[in-house]
Ligand binder design. Structure first.
Ligand code: 5GP
Length: 239
């Protein structure tokens, strides 16, 4: 697939046009940012791991009936994806208290919820991605009621699958962020990435963090954690 002009450069990825107007090429970078770009750095090899991990997980999700933008892995950092119009929401599912949830409600991290929770943030860097409720999503025309029903169903479906999958790797899926997009005919599919950049993954036995919180919180061993979580996934795939 021919890589054409650079359409967009984000914090962790570049997006290129292709010869097919319905397809794009995503290229994963090693750049890492946190706190809405206020902390910047690089995690050696992260782009390779996130590309491969996101692709393997999206392949599995497709098999469970959740449609995704994933088409084909092109190289160790590049993937062919379906072009979508992104719904400007971060969809966050949580199984265990951590991060902004623990901070907002003044509770410790690590409280296991009796059922998963869902929340939405309005994707807007200038506003620091504020939390948004469904009535405000409708008031702003960001998505329709029908689209939000689909998004919730898919997000909980992703959680059911990933929670079990990571458990089989000895890893607790604490929380994660998803993004969805609309295909030209209007249907909703899962887009963006699923990786240690966008998920909290804790070693179930030791509680060790195997995700981007090691970078956000200056815990050290960042590259090692990304390599460890990828090797757990690959070991599970080998059976
Ligand atoms: P929190 O709201 O606790 O900061 O994040 C909840 C989950 O969503 C975490 O797994 C975190 O990695 C992910 N997440 C939330 N917002 C973002 C974001 O802007 N970028 C990335 N990469 N992940 C996010």
């Amino acid at each position: 697939m021919e890589k054409r002009e650079l359409l967009y450069e984000g914090k962790a990825k570049k997006v290129y046009a292709t010869g097919d107007p319905e397809l794009l090429i995503v290229q994963y970078k090693d750049d890492a940012t946190a706190f809405n770009g206020k902390k910047k750095g690089s995690i050696a090899g992260k782009g390779i791991i996130n590309n491969r991990m996101s692709n393997r997980l999206m392949e599995k999700l497709e098999q469970t009936g959740i449609p995704t933008h994933y088409v084909r892995e092109l190289s160790e950092r590049e993937t062919l994806v379906k072009k979508v119009r992104i719904v400007p929401l971060e969809v966050i599912v949580r199984n265990v208290s951590a991060g902004s949830f623990a901070k907002r409600y003044g509770v410790e991290e690590g409280i296991v919820f009796s059922a998963p929770t869902i929340e939405f943030s309005y994707k807007n860097d200038a506003l620091d991605d504020p939390l948004i409720c469904l009535p405000h999503i409708y008031a702003l025309g960001l998505a329709t009621r029908e689209e939000m029903e689909t998004i919730k169903e898919y997000a909980y479906g992703v959680n059911r699958f990933l929670k079990d999958f990571w458990a089989s790797c000895g890893v607790t899926l604490v929380d994660f962020k998803l993004e969805f997009g609309r295909l030209p005919e209007g249907s909703i599919i899962l887009a963006d990435e699923i990786s240690p950049d966008t998920s909290r993954l804790w070693d179930t036995a030791t509680g060790e963090k195997l995700d981007k919180d090691r970078f956000r919180r200056d815990l050290g061993g960042v590259e090692e954690a990304y390599a460890e979580i990828m090797s757990r996934l690959e070991a599970a795939d080998r059976g």
